[in-house]
Design a protein. Structure first.
Length: 95
């Protein structure tokens, strides 16, 4: 029997996680304007579309999926190839 997830507030939970991540990264009083948004869709397509008017798109280094040794993950690769602005891929210093 399929599980019904319709009553779970995924968007609210993801939004709270995003708010916490931004606060942790920039502090409680960021020096740059931030407009956190929760958007449904394929990560690569959503990021490149949102970055359209931007000067710079910053994406994180890939997770450890099927190809752990890759220099770029599929989302980073797509952004580098298709974004209309500069793209910076940041590697987590702890890994």
């Amino acid at each position: 029997m399929p599980v019904d997830y319709s009553d779970i507030g995924f968007e609210k939970e993801v939004g709270e996680n995003l708010r916490c991540a931004v606060e942790e990264t920039l502090g409680k009083h960021p020096g740059v304007p931030v407009d956190p948004q929760v958007v449904q869709g394929r990560s690569a397509a959503v990021l490149t579309e949102a970055a359209g008017p931007a000067d710079l798109l910053v994406v994180g280094r890939p997770g450890y999926g099927a190809f752990a040794g890759m220099l770029l993950g599929s989302v980073s690769q797509h952004c580098v190839q298709h974004a209309t602005c500069l793209v910076l891929v940041v590697r987590d210093g702890g890994r």
